[in-house]
Design a protein around this ligand. Structure first.
Ligand code: MSP
Length: 512
C-alpha cells in the first residue's frame, strides 16, 4: 500500500486555538481523508509546541507552573481536533519524553558532524516570533513582522547554517516542487542567496526547554526543538523504527506563510547535517482576515472556529474555508461570503440537485433507485463522463494543494447536472415516457453518487448522509469505486429524502 505522511505545524500553547490554527489543520485533514479514500496508508500528525520564552511567559502571566499550563492549553488543541472532526493519527507534545530524546539525539549527531560550535550571541530577538533578527532587518525598533524585539547577549551554541547555502540552493534548483505555491519558492531562494548567517541554537537566560546534552546551562532554541517533532513522531533514532522506515521522508509539511523560512531553509539544513532524507514538499498557505481587518487579540476580532461551526454548521464551515480562497493566497472571512457559499453552492446547487432527484425517485420509481439503463443517450454519456473524469483531476489538484480548484471542478459537474435535469425534464417524461424518465433519474443518481464520494474529504458528515440516502453502503465509498464499471446497479430502496444543506436564514427572515 502506498504511504503518505503529512504534518501540520505544532501550535504554540500560549493561547486558545483560533481560525488560523483550525485552517492549517483542516487543510491537512482534507488531504489526509482524500489520500485514505484513494488507497494510501496515511499518517497525519498534529500537536503542540510547548517550550520557549513565549510559552514560559504566558504561564508566568497566569501564575502557573509551565508544565501545568501547557497541559491545560494543549488539551484545548486536542479537543479542537474532535470538535472539528479532524482525523489526525497522532498528537505530539514537545514536552513528551519521546521528543526530548530525539532532540538530544539529533543535537549529538550535529555536534559529531561538526555543525555545532560554542560562541556567544549578541543581537535582537522577538519573543512573539521566537526568532532572531539582524540589525539590518529592524524597522522602527521592531521586527519586520511588527513584533517587539529585545536585545540579547548570552553564551550560545551555533548551528553552521552558512555552510549549507549551496546545498540548499541546489535543492531548490533540482526540486522546484519542494516549496509550494510556486510564487513562494523565489522568496525562499532569494533569502538564501542573500547569505546565511550561522544560527544561534541555544539559550541560557531562561530554562523552559530541552537541555543541551552535556551542557545543561543551555536549553535548545525552540525552533530546533519544534521542527524535530516531525521525525520524533515516526520514531527517528529508536531501535524499533518501523514507522520511520515506512513514513519518512514526509510527503508534505503544511505551514502558514509566516513560518515558511523555518521549514524550507532551517529544517532541510538540520536534516542535511544529520544525513536524513529531506521532506518532499512544504506548502505555505495564506492568512485570513476578519471582515477585512487583520485578526488580532488587541482588536478583539479573533474568530473562534468552534462557534463558527455552531453558527453555520461544521461541514458548511469546512467547505467555505476550502472553497472561498485560492489555497496559498490570503482570504477574508465575512458573514456575507460565508452565507453566500452556504446558500448558493450548498443549499441551491448541490442541495437542490439531490433533493429534486431523490424526491422524484422516491415518488415515481417505487421508492428505489431505478435500474441501470441498458442503453444510454449522448447527453447521459456526456454528464457521466465528466463525473468519472473528476477523480483524476482531483488527484492532481490535491497533490498540488489546490483544494479550491478541486471543489470548483466538482461544482462544475453539479452545475452540468442541474442543467441536465432542466433539459431532460423528467417530471414531463413521467407521463410521456416513463422508461426514459427512469433512465434519466438513474444517470442523476449515479452523478450524485460520484459527487458524494468525492466531497467526503471536505464534508464528511454531509457526504455520509447523502450516500446513506442513495443507499451506498459504507464499504462502497472509496475512490476505487469511482468509475463506470462500479456504477450503481439500481434497485436499492431509499427512504423519503430529507434536505441535507439548509439555507442560512436570519431570525428576521425566519419571522417574515
Ligand atoms: N509553533 C510554531 C510552529 C512550529 S512548527 C515546527 C507556530 N505556531 S502558531 O501557533 O503561532 O501558528 C501556527 C499556524 O497558524 C501557522 O501556520 C500560522 O500561519 C497559522 N495562523 C495563525 N494566524 C493565522 C491567520 N490569521 N490565518 C491563517 N493562518 C494563521 O508558528
Amino acid at each position: 500500500m502506498p504511504t503518505y505522511y503529512l504534518t501540520t505545524p505544532i501550535y504554540y500553547v500560549n493561547d486558545k486555538p483560533h481560525i488560523g490554527h483550525a485552517y492549517t489543520t483542516l487543510s491537512c485533514d482534507v488531504l489526509a481523508r482524500f489520500k485514505r479514500l484513494d488507497g494510501f496508508e496515511v499518517k497525519f500528525l498534529t500537536g503542540t509546541d510547548e517550550h520557549g520564552q513565549k510559552v514560559e511567559k504566558s504561564a508566568a502571566d497566569r501564575g502557573m507552573d509551565p508544565q501545568l499550563f501547557t497541559d491545560e492549553v494543549s488539551q484545548n488543541f486536542r479537543d479542537l481536533t474532535a470538535q472539528l472532526n479532524f482525523t489526525n493519527d497522532d498528537f505530539i507534545r514537545t514536552t513528551e519524553s519521546r521528543h526530548k530524546s530525539t532532540c538530544q539525539k539529533i543535537w549529538r549527531q550535529m555536534v559529531d558532524a561538526g555543525d555545532i560550535y560554542l560562541d556567544s550571541y549578541k543581537g535582537w530577538y522577538a519573543v512573539r516570533d521566537e526568532a532572531y533578527y539582524a540589525e539590518s532587518e529592524i524597522v522602527d525598533g521592531k521586527a519586520p513582522t511588527g513584533a517587539p524585539v529585545e536585545w540579547v547577549e548570552e553564551p550560545s551554541y551555533f548551528f553552521r547554517l552558512s555552510a549549507f547555502q549551496d546545498r540548499l540552493l541546489d535543492l531548490y534548483e533540482s526540486n522546484p516542487d519542494f516549496v509550494g505555491p510556486k510564487s513562494r519558492l523565489n522568496e525562499v531562494k532569494n533569502f538564501v542567496k542573500g547569505g546565511l548567517r550561522d544560527l544561534s541554537v541555544s539559550r541560557t537566560s531562561f530554562s523552559w526547554g530541552i537541555p543541551v546534552p552535556d551542557d545543561e546551562k543551555h536549553i535548545m532554541y525552540v525552533w530546533l526543538d519544534a521542527l524535530t517533532n516531525y521525525i520524533t513522531a515516526v520514531g527517528y533514532g529508536e531501535d524499533q523504527h518501523d514507522e520511520y522506515a515506512k513514513f519518512w521522508p514526509a510527503d508534505l509539511h503544511m505551514v502558514g506563510k509566516d513560518i515558511l523560512r523555518f521549514h524550507a531553509v532551517y529544517w532541510p539544513a538540520f536534516l542535511m547535517a544529520v544525513g536524513a532524507p529531506l521532506p518532499r514538499r512544504v506548502f505555505a498557505h495564506g492568512w485570513w482576515t476578519n471582515e477585512g481587518q487583520k485578526i488580532s487579540k488587541s482588536l478583539g476580532n479573533v474568530i473562534d472556529p468552534v462557534s463558527l461551526a455552531e453558527t453555520y454548521g461544521l461541514d458548511q464551515m469546512r467547505y467555505f474555508l476550502m472553497r472561498e480562497v485560492p489555497f496559498g493566497s490570503d482570504g477574508d472571512f465575512s458573514h456575507a461570503a460565508m452565507t453566500h457559499r452556504m446558500n448558493g453552492d450548498l443549499a441551491n446547487d448541490l442541495g437542490n440537485l439531490c433533493q429534486r432527484v431523490l424526491s422524484m425517485v422516491f415518488k415515481n420509481c417505487g421508492e428505489a433507485i431505478p435500474a441501470k439503463p441498458e442503453q444510454l443517450q449522448a447527453a447521459d454519456n456526456t454528464i457521466l463522463a465528466s463525473a468519472y473524469a473528476l477523480l483524476e483531476k482531483n488527484r492532481t489538484q490535491y497533490d498540488t494543494q489546490q483544494f479550491h480548484e478541486a471543489l470548483k471542478s466538482i461544482w462544475d459537474v453539479i452545475g452540468d447536472a442541474n442543467r441536465y435535469v432542466d433539459e431532460m425534464a423528467p417530471w414531463a417524461l413521467r407521463k410521456t415516457d416513463p422508461d426514459r424518465m427512469a433512465d434519466v433519474l438513474w444517470v442523476l443518481c449515479e452523478v450524485v453518487r460520484v459527487v458524494a464520494i468525492l466531497i467526503q474529504p471536505v464534508m464528511p458528515q454531509a457526504a455520509a448522509r447523502l450516500l446513506d440516502q442513495i443507499a451506498v453502503p459504507p464499504s462502497e465509498r472509496a475512490f476505487s469505486l469511482l468509475h463506470g464499471g462500479a456504477s450503481m446497479a439500481g434497485g436499492q430502496g431509499i427512504n423519503k429524502p430529507e434536505p441535507i444543506f439548509p439555507r442560512y436564514v436570519t431570525e428576521e427572515q425566519d419571522a417574515s
